[in-house]
Write a protein that binds this ligand. Sequence first.
Ligand code: EPZ
Length: 444
Amino acid sequence: MTKDDRFIIAGLGGAKTLQGEIVIGGAKNEALKVLAGSVLFQDGFTALNVPEIEDVHRLIELLKRLGIKVEHPEKNKYSFDTTELKEFSLPADISKKLRASIVITGPLLARFGKVIFPYPGGCVIGKRPIDLFLAGFRKMGAKITEDGENFVVEAENGHLVGAEIFSKIQSVTVTETFMMAGVLARGKTVLKNCPVEPEIVSLGEWLNECGAKITGLGTSTIIIEGGELLQGQDKIHHTLPDRIEAGSFIILGALAGKEIIVKKCRPDHLDALIAYLSEAGVEIETGPDWVKVINSGREKFTSLDVKTHEYPGFPTDLQAPFSIFLTQAEGQSYLFETIFEGRLNYFDALSRMGAKVKVLDSHRAIIDGPTPLSGREIESPDLRAGLAYVLAAIIASGQSVVHNVEYIDRGYEEIEKRLVSLGLEIKRVSGDDKNELCQCLPQN
Ligand code: EPZ
């Protein structure tokens, strides 16, 4: 994996020929928080089904810089030893590249009474403010100053005090950060207006298994009784299957599969996507841990009105991949991205491939279909739009080159190997390999 790796994809031109099984990896947006939660432990723990993706590798580098010892005995398995954790200042070079690093600030502040961190990084999908984090720290008795580069947050008397925190917006990482801060705060913390994503519930259940006292998981009010450092020495965390990765491949199945089975997933975490695809006319079967998408090749998909929403609504992380499906649905579809204001930033390239899209404002778009797409050279602007471009390239006629694959590597483990196993012609070309660029492609 090098800077500006790119995928060269031979489009199927609308043929639905891919077939086989795709095994889903561990959930990026759970693993990152479980790893961040290692800061709450006196001893450490082991985690399985951890996806081997860039964001996880970056976070592990960050944990090591804080003094946590990490062992990686085999693929997807990591063990953590926190006995020598002593640092509470997040290194900018890593934390600026990783939005999830913000989640560590709560546990570090709760454990050491102080945390220093730069404005977090991550995908450019809107301004990604951190006002709710800063407001929550103040509520728990911390003072915040800025030193030009970093926020310096210090708890009065050296420890956080439990508080009631109503989040004006349902925020996943805010909820996770303060759920973890509450584990070591003095007294009770009550979090109100929490989203109920499965990753939040699984994180809370894991912390409880190691000695935390968290109730209300899966509801909009989570209560945490503050206590001691957690113990996890003999405990093993099994990371949830990644519902966004699973959903991405189910959409691929609808677009280009003859018959694709997505395995080791949680169909019960995918109700919204399955409901929308079924309404559009896609044939889907589900089992305890698999979803099968079948295409006769003659079906016509009907257009939909899609609105993203916190779980169990339609996930914003599947909005871009699902738009590719809408370009192939008959009629006019209406898309409303309610969570992020910068998450429709990928439509220009799709229009150059032949999609008929009208972006109404920073939250809404109209997509007319079906439209055949043509291969192009395109640049992924972020992780999920990058995946959407791969889907577009797969159904397009002719070759496409998808740049900035490092964004896709942040959230999908070895995606090209799994796509090849379905029968797709896709090749990763490393950033420093100049002679592989397709001369045949029309410049976009
Ligand atoms: C998490 O991001 C996920 N990332 C995102 O996945 C996901 O899209 C998002 O939740 C929504 O489901 C991780 O878990 C690492 P939010 P998060 O705070 O927590 C606003 C992916 O592709 N807000 O729930 O950062 C914010 O601007 C990534 O895997 C504030 O206003 O998202 C947004 O409009 C992308 N102030 C809304 O809340 C704050 O202080 C919800 O965002 C914090 C957030």
